[in-house]
Design a protein around this ligand. Structure first.
Ligand SMILES: Cc1cc2nc3c(=O)[nH]c(=O)nc-3n(C[C@H](O)[C@H](O)[C@H](O)COP(=O)(O)OP(=O)(O)OC[C@H]3O[C@@H](n4cnc5c(N)ncnc54)[C@H](O)[C@@H]3O)c2cc1C
Length: 267
């Protein structure tokens, strides 16, 4: 099957081409979509590209940052404004993948991928579409398979204070293996107690997800071994971890408290 490639100067034109053609797919860095082409995926026959410079920009907006969907992991790693995301960008694939892989594409990556998306979930991420609509990331992830593809223009995230944001990817092959479990945590403290924690996993379900049971158990807790005991006990409450080539569901359940603890306390 032949594939046609359509390149547009603006996101608006690319979005309109996408919305008018069910067999069209947007291409960010192409690390996944080109693999699909090479594997003979018949679900699309047109690739849409946009050369819009806005897709590559990072802009501060009050206490938030707007990151263009076309910003790559390598760009994040090179940006001083995004230093808190450096460990996350470094966790995505090897150098060749990081040079291509975009933050927008990561929002669509299927299990076991989505390391950056787990981080965005705890950074209060809003997903901004080229048409101007925006949605909270959990809603976007819930609807992404059901709704026709729209063009993601950017994401908006909060800039964390020092020590509030934590991230850990556990994989069997280091440094660039596929995730066994990825944990992102937002743990602000007030008077030595956690207040308003956000915890997210990837590789523990069909999409990256927030973990309400852990968040509730952390509320009012001290960030030490005793304080987080209830949160560790709730590490997989309400979650059905998948079995794949990396690990069984049983194994993921067994090690989840270990990786959650290491994320929260270090070590
Ligand atoms: C060898 C290898 C290793 C990898 N390792 C990791 C890893 O460790 N961690 C990880 O999280 N991921 C990993 N990935 C997956 C992938 O590289 C990343 O998730 C990457 O961020 C995807 O971005 P992309 O721009 O390459 O997506 P693309 O391949 O361009 O697109 C992927 C999907 O997203 C859609 N899309 C992309 N951008 C937009 C947009 N702006 N608006 C609407 N739709 C869009 C496309 O239509 C397509 O359906 C790996 C992939 C490979 C091949």
């Amino acid at each position: 099957m032949s594939i046609s490639v359509k390149t547009f100067a603006s996101s608006a034109e690319a979005a309109s081409a996408l919305s008018g053609d069910r067999a069209a797919r947007f291409m960010g860095g192409g690390t996944l979509i080109m693999r699909a082409v090479n594997e003979g995926d018949q679900s699309f026959n047109t690739i849409v590209l946009a050369n819009d410079p806005a897709l590559k920009q990072v802009q501060p907006q009050g206490d938030r940052l707007i990151i263009g969907a076309g910003v790559t992991m390598a760009q994040i790693f090179a940006s001083r404004d995004l230093d808190f995301l450096h460990p996350v960008a470094r966790a995505v694939g090897g150098p060749a993948i990081r040079n291509m892989a975009t933050i927008g594409g990561n929002l669509f990556a299927e299990h076991p991928y989505g390391d950056m998306t787990a981080a965005l979930l705890v950074l209060d991420c809003q997903v901004n579409l080229a048409g101007g609509q925006s949605s909270a990331l959990p809603d976007f992830l819930r609807d992404r398979a059901r709704e026709p593809r729209a063009l993601v223009a950017s994401v908006s995230i909060v800039r964390p204070q020092s020590g509030v944001f934590k991230f850990r990817k556990a994989s069997r092959v280091k440094p660039k293996g596929v995730s066994l479990m990825t944990v992102a945590a937002w743990v602000p403290q007030s008077g030595g107690r956690v207040s308003g924690a956000r915890i997210a996993y990837s590789s523990m379900g069909p999409t990256p997800m927030r973990v309400p049971a852990v968040e509730q158990a952390l509320e009012g807790a001290s960030l030490d071994e005793t304080g987080i005991a209830n949160a560790l006990a709730a590490a997989t409450n309400g979650i059905e971890p998948p079995t794949d080539a990396i690990a069984s569901s049983w194994y993921r359940r067994e090690v989840a408290p270990v990786h959650l603890k290491r994320t929260l306390l270090g070590g």
